[in-house]
Design a protein around this ligand. Structure first.
Ligand SMILES: *[C@@H]1O[C@H](CO)[C@@H](O)[C@H](O)[C@H]1NC(C)=O
Ligand SMILES: *[C@@H]1O[C@H](CO)[C@@H](O)[C@H](O)[C@H]1NC(C)=O
Ligand SMILES: *[C@@H]1O[C@H](CO)[C@@H](O)[C@H](O)[C@H]1NC(C)=O
Ligand SMILES: *[C@@H]1O[C@H](CO)[C@@H](O)[C@H](O)[C@H]1NC(C)=O
Length: 685
């Protein structure tokens, strides 16, 4: 990602809407040409599953021909490849699209190339309009999101939240059915009766209270985690991770990332799993279970999601992985893992940066290899998803693991990626640990760290699901009624961390703040030598130290690795008319939702520990400037928890501080309590 075009004044403004979620939204000023681009970009996201025959994009797209304008693309070969593929037939409209099937993937990549190589914004917009009119809806959106991430001229453009664009990936079909029914019967017959099912009319739109999955979906203990694994912001976070760094993208753009893309992959998953583990602890669950390709897979999952006309595949508890259908795949996966072990046993490792990148790539992407169907990740997803063999190149039974929007819902996802991370940690055992001196900061001592009381709670979050309902062309002109899903989501009260530090030097220093487990699931204190990878990095900042006492206050609202919730498309349009866009949506779309910073905790307080680490700031090298969303200084990602720790003593240095904390949960303990009709009909928002 290049530098951002427009980064002028920043404003904090409250907007006069009924929604409680968006006060103090930080805005960014943009100029007129940005506003024009932004509006065009957004128009193609509206009515995502149908065409608006009165729209501008329809007129543009209907008439446009890529072939006639081939001179307006900077890579003619890529355009010709696309056209060749297109002439042999593309995924039909209204089919489900998954990047994990070969033909659909090749088409999507070819389409992306045409978007990417359009020589200017006008050509890009025309090409995208054409694709919106003629191609499969989800395939179009897939390539379009990624193009917007990767094109230099759309840098900083605000992308609508995927849960508004394809809402049906983000909630259970019960609510979808209620929406269809409300729409078809033209409203509610009996308001009291409707409220029993969580349907309420507010002003000129309908609200659908929606529960997370329960033990019907997760026939095991995993249902306790559903408020987290089904959180729309968390699932968007994963979708954006892929869109910003698709595993198949290997052109010049990636050239800049090439040296660190494998490391980014390792860091991302280690961090996601660390955060997930903290949430498991809060729910009385322990380690992510391990599995073998040759035994039954214990953890079943019955998603309540629906494809356009096919239901999602269900996997029972004790699912037999090693059956005839999978023999070949398992042989592949097993060999792949063994090859990795052999590589480790050769064991002469010298260059961490190079190696971590290579082994990350080994499991994730290979910048020289185009045979993605022989990718470990893809095959493992198919095996664990449990879907029957597709009958042709387009007809497959969807599983949650087939889409980045839904993968995080399936407990198998975490078990698979924990397995991959465990392999990578096996490599890290060979890496030379940091020495006392590596971690030391001469003349700097943290005397004390004070953390405010940490409190989490559930609050309602509304998201506009109008895109999952179908309208007549007449209705589309004005949107007579719209549809909103209201879900309780985890949140926390803002808190401050006070760091009391004495310095003998004047220096720029980096501060890092982590949260980690205090006790393991058996109730014993964690040993940092064994559990270093379970510390979740929350903040990174640079601060000038002065000789003497330094009092540093850091607010959770400033923590580096998080972003505010996205705002709805119609509100983005309102802000654009004032020449503004939401800062986080433009600048840090790939960050973790701020509301999920802290694990849920318990009423009486659940013990965790915070780790504060300060070290000298050395800036970034010129080459790493392009990764500034991932890389902030010249240290490995996740430093110092990027490799095993030999001796705890090294972590008991004056420039480090462990502080015990408790996370308290208040009010409704389970999110469904907010969705009980007697609760929400009395307590108006
Ligand atoms: C190419 O793009 C330019 C500028 O966007 C436009 O004026 C011209 O008509 C286009 N030419 C072709 C052949 O499409
Ligand atoms: C949510 O779940 C609770 C507990 O099962 C139930 O009482 C409530 O009616 C549900 N709400 C909706 C809107 O389905
Ligand atoms: C990609 O795959 C090729 C062939 O299997 C291999 O030679 C190369 O080292 C791999 N590259 C990376 C970055 O893993
Ligand atoms: C939902 O989105 C549609 C399309 O952007 C908009 O017209 C409508 O006003 C929105 N509804 C609400 C309640 O925000």
């Amino acid at each position: 990602m290049k530098t951002f075009l427009i980064l002028s004044g920043l404003f904090a403004l409250a907007m006069g809407t009924a929604l409680p979620a968006h006060h103090n939204l930080k805005m960014k000023n943009v100029d007129a040409s940005f506003v024009e681009y932004q509006k065009k970009v957004l128009s193609l996201f509206e009515h995502s599953e149908q065409l608006d025959l009165h729209s501008e994009y329809y007129k543009v797209g209907k008439e446009y021909s890529i072939e006639d304008h081939i001179d307006n693309y900077t890579n003619k070969k890529a355009v010709e490849e696309f056209l060749m593929l297109y002439r042999t037939g593309f995924l039909p409209k209204y089919h489900k699209f998954s990047i994990f099937y070969e033909r659909m993937r090749n088409e999507a990549i070819a389409l992306f190339h045409v978007f990417f190589y359009a020589k200017d914004f006008e050509t890009f917009y025309k090409t995208a309009s054409w694709a919106k009119v003629y191609l499969n809806e989800e395939q179009f959106l897939y390539a379009y999101y990624i193009a917007l991430f990767q094109r230099p001229d759309t840098n900083g453009i605000v992308l609508p939240a995927p849960y508004e664009v394809y809402p049906q990936f983000f909630f259970n079909q019960e609510a979808l059915f209620n929406m269809y029914r409300t729409k078809m019967q033209g409203g509610l017959f009996d308001e009291k009766f409707a409220a029993e099912y969580g349907v309420v009319k507010e002003n000129d739109y309908y609200v659908f209270y929606s529960n997370y999955s329960n033990s019907l979906t997760y026939p095991n203990e995993e249902y306790k985690m559903s408020y987290f694994t089904e959180d729309i912001g968390l699932n968007s976070y994963y979708f954006y991770f892929h869109s910003s760094l698709p595993f198949w993208w290997q052109s010049e753009k990636l050239g800049m990332y090439k040296e660190r893309v494998g490391e980014i992959f390792v860091y991302y998953y280690q961090k996601l799993l660390a955060r997930y583990y903290l949430e498991r602890l809060s729910n009385g669950l322990g380690e992510v279970p391990k599995f073998s390709w040759y035994s039954q897979f214990k953890t079943g999952y019955y998603p309540q999601l629906t494809g356009n006309y096919l239901p999602f595949v269900q996997r029972s508890n004790d699912y037999d992985i090693h059956t005839e259908r999978n023999y070949e795949n398992i042989r592949f996966l097993d060999t792949y893992e063994k090859t990795f072990f052999q590589f480790l046993q050769k064991g002469d490792f010298q260059n961490f940066e190079k190696e971590i990148n290579e082994i990350g790539n080994y499991f994730h992407m290979n910048t020289t290899k185009e045979l993605h169907q022989f990718s470990y990740e893809i095959i493992a997803r198919h095996v664990l998803g449990g879907s029957p063999k597709p009958i042709d190149k387009y007809s497959f039974m969807p599983t949650a693991l087939d889409f980045y929007q839904t993968s995080l819902r399936d407990p198998a996802f975490y078990q698979l990626y924990q397995r991959i991370i465990d392999y990578l940690i096996d490599y890290k055992e060979y890496v030379k640990p940091y020495s006392y001196n590596d971690l030391h900061f001469v003349g700097v001592k943290i005397n004390d760290v004070k953390v405010d009381k940490l409190v989490t709670y559930f609050d309602y979050f509304d998201f506009n699901t109008t895109n999952s309902v179908f309208y007549s062309q007449e209705e589309l002109k004005s949107y007579p009624t719209s549809f909103v899903i209201r879900q309780p989501r985890l949140n926390h009260e803002p808190f401050t961390i006070n760091i009391d530090l004495k310095s003998d030097v004047a220096s720029d220093a980096v501060f890092k703040i982590f949260i980690g487990p205090k006790y393991d699931s058996n109730g014993y204190p964690v040993k940092i030598e064994e559990d270093w990878m379970k510390f979740y990095e929350m903040d990174w900042f640079v601060q000038k130290l002065v000789p003497g006492e330094n009092n540093i206050q850091r607010k959770s609202s400033d923590f580096m690795f998080f972003k505010d919730d996205s705002i709805p498309i119609n509100e983005i349009f309102q802000w654009l008319d004032q020449g503004k866009v939401p800062f986080d949506m433009s600048y840090a779309p790939t960050n973790m939702p701020r509301r999920l910073m802290l694990p849920k905790g318990t009423y009486g307080g659940f013990p965790f520990q915070m780790f504060v680490f300060v070290y000298p700031y050395n800036g970034v090298t010129k080459e790493t400037e392009v990764f500034k969303h991932f890389v902030n200084d010249n240290k490995p990602l996740g430093y110092p928890f990027d490799r095993p720790i030999n001796d705890y003593a090294y972590f008991k240095q004056p420039n480090m501080y462990f502080e015990d904390v408790q996370v308290y949960h208040k009010d409704a303990y389970f999110p469904y309590e907010l969705n009980v009709p007697s609760y929400f009909t009395q307590k108006k928002m």
